[in-house]
Design a protein around this ligand. Structure first.
Ligand code: PMV
Length: 386
């Protein structure tokens, strides 16, 4: 069930169609790009019986240099409102490409079909969409493409529907973040159309039937502009358990209740530490929650062991190296075995030396990817795309 406010915005689009102020023709296009993100306080586990409501609030760092760029084009045309076809005359189509522009995928998964049908209701139920999306980062590099992918898709839709003309900036951000959330929870943290959304919180609110979420930018201290982010790519294989399955399994772990209670406690402290540039506090909270999420994953009925022996050894070496060299850096790990490192500018060179040593020490040489923060948040419309 969609939140009332989102239903009202969909209804507003329907009213615009009725007044001939919203028109979609075969071949009309929309274009946008959106960044990926890495969670510092993780979203792991959903409320049962709700559409994508997390069991705890989460916080992420926006990865402006790792982006999905998406074009949506219209297949079909509007029929008179009182003469709607029983079925959509066209099917949705999807082409996903990697950073080398090679086609990775060209099937629309059933989950995405439902998502697209819901996105077009009630204002364009007879239209189908042709989606072409390219990631600027390599596949299987430990950067979630579902976050940037769904955020770019809804942003391209916002361009197609020219929502900047019909909605206020607040309505636009709400529409983007809510639809991205419905597509993939973590995508909501990539969907804010605000230039300086370097840290984003996805906050859970209310109780029982009144549960909802808000996605908001954290007013970060200016010193965060100078940090660096690198990924040690240890394994490029697809995930053994999809994140949808993983969220479902989280509750089967006896440790999940403890992790969730701790995440509730940590959330305001993490926000404050980001606002104040308390780097060591952000590092402590991020590492604590990453360990907690992986403990939950490993103790679920069907365990996922991303924090395996190799990863554990690298983390231990990193902590030893950090203490010995007195560097300001921390690690985190998502639902995959690739380690993310975040460091202060003056610790960047030391982190590079550490990662270089790791590359030399491992039998299967991992690559190191570096994110460039310059490109920021969502960019809607062809003229603004990086
Ligand atoms: O958005 P999903 O369903 O792919 O879940 C993302 C889960 C993690 O990446 C492990 C954590 C997070 O908060 O991004």
């Amino acid at each position: 069930m969609l939140p009332l406010k989102l239903q009202q915005l969909q209804q507003k689009l329907f009213e615009l169609r009725k007044q001939d102020e919203l028109e979609l023709q075969h071949g009309d296009t929309g274009f946008a790009s959106a960044p990926s993100n890495i969670a510092l306080l993780k979203y792991w586990g959903k409320e049962e019986g709700c559409t994508q409501i997390p069991v705890n609030s989460s916080v992420s760092l926006t990865l402006g240099g790792f982006r999905s760029t998406t074009q949506v084009s219209v297949l079909g045309r509007f029929f008179p409102l009182d003469d709607q076809p029983a079925q959509r005359p066209f099917e949705h189509t999807l082409t996903l490409k990697n950073s080398k522009k090679e086609v990775l995928h060209n099937l629309v998964p059933p989950k995405m079909q439902n998502f697209l049908n819901a996105l077009l209701l009630p204002y364009a139920p007879e239209i189908a969409l042709n989606i072409e999306s390219t990631n600027s980062f390599p596949t299987g590099c430990g950067i979630a493409s579902s976050a940037s992918g769904y955020a770019a898709l809804v942003s391209a839709m916002a361009d197609l529907l020219q929502l900047n003309k019909h909605f206020t900036q607040t309505e636009l951000n709400y529409w983007l973040c809510e639809w991205a959330r419905v597509g993939s929870g973590s995508a909501t943290r990539s969907a804010l159309c605000e230039d300086d959304a370097l840290f984003v919180a996805w906050e859970r609110q209310g109780e029982n039937k009144e549960l909802s979420t808000t996605t908001k930018k954290i007013n970060h201290h200016k010193n965060w502009q100078d940090i660096c982010h690198m990924v040690l790519v240890l394994d490029e294989e697809e995930k053994e358990i999809s994140s949808s399955q993983g969220h479902g399994l989280a509750n089967t772990s006896p440790l999940q209740a403890i992790r969730v209670a701790n995440a509730h406690r940590l959330y305001p402290h993490l926000i404050r530490a980001i606002e104040e540039f308390n780097f060591s506090e952000v590092a402590r909270i991020t590492e604590e929650d990453a360990f907690a999420m992986h403990a939950v994953m490993q103790s679920a009925e069907q365990p996922a062991r991303y924090l395996n022996g190799t990863v554990a050894k690298i983390i231990a070496s990193f902590i030893e190296y950090r203490t010995k060299n007195n560097i300001d850096a921390f690690w985190t790990l998502d639902a995959g075995p690739n380690l993310h490192f975040i460091a202060k500018k003056d610790s960047e060179a030391s982190l590079e030396i550490f990662l270089g040593d790791m590359q030399k020490s491992l039998e299967k040489i991992p690559s190191v990817l570096r994110n460039d923060f310059e490109h920021g948040g969502v960019r809607i419309g062809i003229n603004h795309v990086v």
